[in-house]
Design a binder for this molecule. Structure first.
Ligand SMILES: Cc1cc2nc3c(=O)[nH]c(=O)nc-3n(C[C@H](O)[C@H](O)[C@H](O)COP(=O)(O)OP(=O)(O)OC[C@H]3O[C@@H](n4cnc5c(N)ncnc54)[C@H](O)[C@@H]3O)c2cc1C
Length: 477
């Protein structure tokens, strides 16, 4: 029988995804002893089954599409992608699903890594069960930070388990290109993975329950992406749900609510995420297992003075950059409280409050064309009661867009708060706009008055000149 070891730290971080790593980095930088508990791979979903592998798959897809829009280059890039090389490059970026480098980094910042499944077993206490069944009890003097992320949600369809459907994990780690792939969903994961696998050689059918793609963005974003996916050869069917799915002699057979029968080699469900909180001992500290963990702006769980929930698990914004932003704030808040400094009371809008979670969350969708947005859409701004005006321009009104790509297609919208004359939200769709979104994030997060934006002069001839067109359209109408 193995003995239970006990350890005492200032801070215990549950989950070593990008968010847990960053909480540990900040608490270590503040001189607090910190333990990190990880049951799978240090680096989390993002490094091995989400952001990194998906973008490694998409980069050649987008680069080829861009090159095909450049006269003089187009002819040289007509052939298919070298799928084997793309998958090998993706494998390189995930370190072949090994986390030695990430574990070494944790060691370098002076955090102790405990491998195993962590569960709260009472206030400020985490019990870690290792692969050999051995247990360690970690106590935290100041804080436990839950950074356990999310899992993919599968729909409740009879017999689905026997079909062995893909989730985002399979879609980002598959080692071969399926001949035919059905993708279910219309959000970011569905559209990005449909884009990637279609370009890598699959015949993709995208089944979307709603009216369009990318439902959280301005409606035109999804329209551009749907049109381009269709042009690329994907079969995009909106207003369609899966009624049943079976696997017959290896072939996936999907029947839709519209009566269609589709055969495929694999089916990917990109139909949402749920928090990994069902088995982390929340009941031992008076909380309901399985739910999202609501937090205040210092990322402390409502009603607790020692439990924090950071990143995906609090449901504020399921994005790595926002989770890392929260981690910096949570780390600073834990450190300040450990030294007796009150946080929100003394600094409600300053560095120690996650205010950008509320009004300036940026997101890039790496489809072809890219879609990028920050802040509120027009509908969200109106719903929130702002008096607003939406200003739309064609991306080709910037001469840089035409130079970037022959036949450039795209659109930009800024949502202006007419009281304060600041921007509440900005959306761009078009090739190359992913790198444009940070200019909008600065404008929205900084609440830069429109009168000052005129003095932020974009370089000629860049796509960024679309900013001038947006300001002119606002002034002239
Ligand atoms: C296909 C896909 C593509 C994406 N692309 C992007 C993108 O381009 N940009 C972007 O910003 N976001 C992207 N996201 C979202 C991004 O992956 C998440 O926002 C991010 O991973 C959240 O980080 P996290 O640290 O909160 O959680 P995770 O990355 O999920 O990490 C949580 C960690 O906790 C560990 N853990 C869980 N429970 C326990 C336990 N009980 N004990 C011990 N360890 C535990 C897990 O093993 C995991 O390592 C994408 C998501 C998907 C699915």
């Amino acid at each position: 029988m193995t003995e239970t070891e006990t350890f005492a730290y200032d801070v215990v971080v549950l989950g070593a995804g990008p968010v847990g790593e960053n909480v540990a980095d900040r608490t270590r930088a503040a001189g607090l002893s910190t333990a990190v508990v990880e049951s799978e791979l240090v680096g989390g979903e993002c490094s091995y089954w989400a952001c990194i592998p998906s973008k490694a798959l998409l980069r050649p897809v987008i680069a080829r599409a861009d090159a095909r829009r450049v006269p003089g280059l187009r002819q040289s890039v007509q052939g298919p992608l070298d799928a084997e090389a793309v998958l090998a490059h993706r494998n390189y970026y995930t370190s072949d699903w090994h986390d030695d480098g990430a574990a070494q980094w944790l060691d370098g910042i002076g955090a102790d890594l405990h491998r195993g499944h962590g569960r709260l077993t009472g206030p400020r206490t985490v019990t870690v069960t290792g692969a050999d069944g051995g247990q360690k009890v970690l106590t935290a003097r100041h804080a436990v930070a839950v950074c356990t992320g999310t899992d993919a949600v599968l729909p409740d369809l009879p017999g689905l388990a026997e079909v062995k459907p893909w989730t985002s994990r399979n879609a980002t780690s598959a080692q071969a290109v399926p001949g035919r792939l059905v993708v279910v969903g219309g959000g970011v994961v569905a559209t990005e993975m449909a884009t990637a696998w279609q370009a890598l050689g699959s015949e993709v059918t995208l089944l979307v329950r709603g009216k369009g793609l990318l439902g959280r963005m301005e409606p035109f974003a999804g329209e551009f992406v749907a049109e381009a996916l269709t042009e690329a050869g994907a079969d995009v069917r909106t207003g369609t749900s899966v009624e049943s799915v079976t696997r017959e002699n290896g072939t996936v057979v999907v029947v839709t609510d519209t009566g269609d029968r589709i055969e495929a080699d694999e089916i990917l469900f990109a139909t949402g995420r749920r928090p990994r909180t069902a088995d982390i001992g929340l009941d031992t500290v008076g909380l309901e297992p399985g739910g999202w963990l609501p937090v205040d702006d210092s990322l402390r769980v409502t009603g607790s003075d020692w439990l924090y929930a950071v990143g995906d698990v609090n449901h504020r914004a399921l994005l790595t950059h926002q989770g890392k932003y929260q981690a910096r704030i949570a780390g600073a808040a834990i450190a300040a409280r450990a030294s007796g400094v009150p946080i929100l009371e003394s600094d409600p809008w300053g560095a120690h409050a996650a205010t950008a979670d509320h009004h300036a969350v940026p997101q890039v969708v790496f489809t072809d064309p890219e879609a990028a947005a920050v802040g509120l859409s027009l509908a969200e701004a109106e719903q929130a009661g702002h008096r607003v005006r939406a200003v739309d321009v064609d991306m080709t009104s910037a001469s840089g867009a035409g130079l970037y790509a022959d036949g450039y297609k795209g659109r930009a919208r800024m949502v202006v708060d007419l009281e304060a004359e600041i921007l509440l939200g900005v959306t761009f769709v078009g090739p190359g706009v992913g790198e444009l979104i940070h200019s909008a994030t600065v404008a929205v997060a900084g609440q830069v008055p429109i009168s000052r934006l005129w003095h932020a002069v974009p370089s000629f001839p860049t796509i960024s000149e679309v900013w001038l067109r947006l300001l002119e359209a606002y002034r002239d109408n």
